[in-house]
Design a protein around this ligand. Structure first.
Ligand SMILES: [Zn+2]
Length: 485
């Protein structure tokens, strides 16, 4: 079992449960801030030469916090004895018993990650944008969120699904909370030993409470996975603005064309402007302002949902039928600097599409490769390989000056990407594994192939067979209809 996936459910808490959720989210914020305070105090002490070790890792931070929460620093009372003398008694953090203690531990782990990112960024061990020193989480602005690990005590897991009623999730400290979606798929997988809940992250977003259950699950069933080297060669995938996705083989056969993507940010722009204007018109700090902000937040959540649904559709279509995909490396940051293109580029969410294709291909034992960044996939002739002059974005047809070949601009680019992948097949590296590609399945000679512990096609939710072929009932084509993300 090495596949990680998340099941997300919308919570439907009672009034008491909602209070418990808020309490835990508040405790997580408090724990994080207190750990940060301990780090800063230790850093100050180190400067003055009084304190030796500064807690930096999640493990050290947990220990520091646990020592602090029982100490007199966290809470103390004055006790007067009968003879008139008073003594200070350490009570520790007074309200600590009201929340599950794991909330503090996970908050400490989060801060440890933040500190590690800061160190890595400063020493050059971490790529990407510079990471600053962690800051305190504001009570007013920080999103409500906390995480619990699934600890087993007495053979009983702390986080359970469908314990009392099918549509419930039980968590330590919070209790059994109703959820809005069906949990059957996850319950079945757990029941058959094909999934194990590792942790639960609860958050408040767009006016609702959500729980994300991170699971370690069995590999996809064989029928949902690609045959090793069983495909018909590489498929190039060109992402663009005119056509969202054009996919083609090296011999020029077009395999997929998605022309009309939803552009939710563009369609919703008028509404977004109105809602944003409404926010600025309200008195800062007022209840009206808070409600206007919430309305704007719900609008953004809706845009995200529309976009994600579409991207899952496209990525599923691609990974189900093609075991080897090649995409180009896009310098999206550069394109976002162009103010005429920025909004459309951001709306297209190409990076998210690449991410989805990446992990879905890995689940299915397929391959995904990034073409060389300087490979001129648009300017090259797919027929005679001559490289032409740069084309304006408005020019939709590629016409070769050397051989007279004419093709749709995006199709030509997709074919070129497939050709690139065919040529570089031997040295192509897997995008996610970061090394030479191996099929996720067992190789020859590693013992009998067993099907135990594998997910059945029904559980997998992303079948490769045509609709209704296996069980005689219509299949859901999209995995995101269920909650597996
Ligand atoms: Zn040509």
């Amino acid at each position: 079992m090495a596949r990680f996936t998340t099941f997300r459910f919308c919570l439907d808490p009672t009034v008491e449960q909602e209070a418990a959720l808020r309490r835990h989210a508040g405790a997580a914020r408090f724990g994080y801030n207190q750990c940060l305070r301990l780090v800063k105090q230790a850093l100050d002490g180190k400067q003055r030469g009084t304190v030796g070790k500064v807690p930096w890792s999640g493990f050290d931070l947990i220990n520091s916090f646990n020592a602090w929460k029982c100490s007199a620093d966290a809470g103390r009372v004055l006790v007067a004895a009968a003879d008139g003398t008073t003594t200070v008694q350490a009570t520790g953090l007074a309200w600590r018993a009201q929340v599950c203690q794991q909330v503090f531990e996970e908050a400490a782990v989060d801060l440890g990650r933040g500190l590690a990112a800061y160190t890595g960024s400063r020493t050059g061990g971490r790529k990407g944008r510079r990471v600053g020193f962690p800051r305190f989480k504001s009570k007013m602005r920080a999103p409500l969120s906390f995480r619990l690990r699934n600890k087993t005590s007495g053979g009983r897991a702390g986080i359970r699904v469908g314990g009392q009623a099918p549509r419930t999730v039980s968590m330590p400290g919070v209790g059994t909370v109703a959820v809005r979606e069906d949990t059957r798929r996850l319950r079945r997988m757990i029941g058959k030993g094909r999934a194990k809940i590792l942790s639960a992250t609860v958050g408040h977003r767009a006016g609702r409470w959500w729980v994300s259950l991170t699971c370690q699950t069995a590999d996809l069933h064989e029928t949902s996975r690609h045959e090793p080297d069983g495909g018909a060669g590489w498929v190039g995938v060109d992402r663009g603005l005119a056509a969202f996705v054009v996919a083609a083989r090296a011999d020029g056969t077009p395999v997929l064309r998605v022309d009309d993507p939803p552009r939710p940010a563009r369609t919703g722009m008028a509404r977004q402007c109105r809602l944003a204007r409404a926010v600025t018109r309200k008195q800062p700090g007022s209840r009206n302002r808070r409600e206007a902000v919430a309305r704007l937040g719900r609008h953004h959540a809706r845009i995200r949902a529309i976009r994600q649904r579409f991207l899952h559709q496209v990525s599923n279509q691609l990974v189900k039928t093609h075991d080897r995909l090649a995409i180009e490396t896009l310098t999206i940051t550069g394109m976002l600097a162009n103010r005429h293109l920025a909004a459309a580029v951001a709306d297209a969410a190409w990076a998210e599409l690449a991410r989805q294709i990446g992990y879905k291909q890995q689940w299915r034992g397929g391959r995904l490769t990034l073409a060389d960044r300087w490979y001129p996939s648009t300017k090259t002739c797919a027929s005679c390989r001559a490289v032409a002059q740069a084309m304006a974005l408005s020019q939709r047809t590629f016409a070769c000056q050397a051989c007279g070949y004419q093709a749709d601009r995006d199709l030509n680019a997709a074919v070129n990407l497939a050709i690139w992948a065919e040529q570089h097949d031997a040295q192509v590296r897997d995008l996610h594994a970061g090394g030479p590609v191996t099929n996720a399945r067992r190789g020859e000679g590693s013992g009998p192939r067993t099907r135990a512990g594998e997910t059945s096609p029904d559980d997998a939710g992303t079948p490769s067979a045509p609709a209704g072929a296996r069980r005689g009932r219509p299949r859901r084509a999209l995995s995101h209809h269920s909650n597996e993300l």
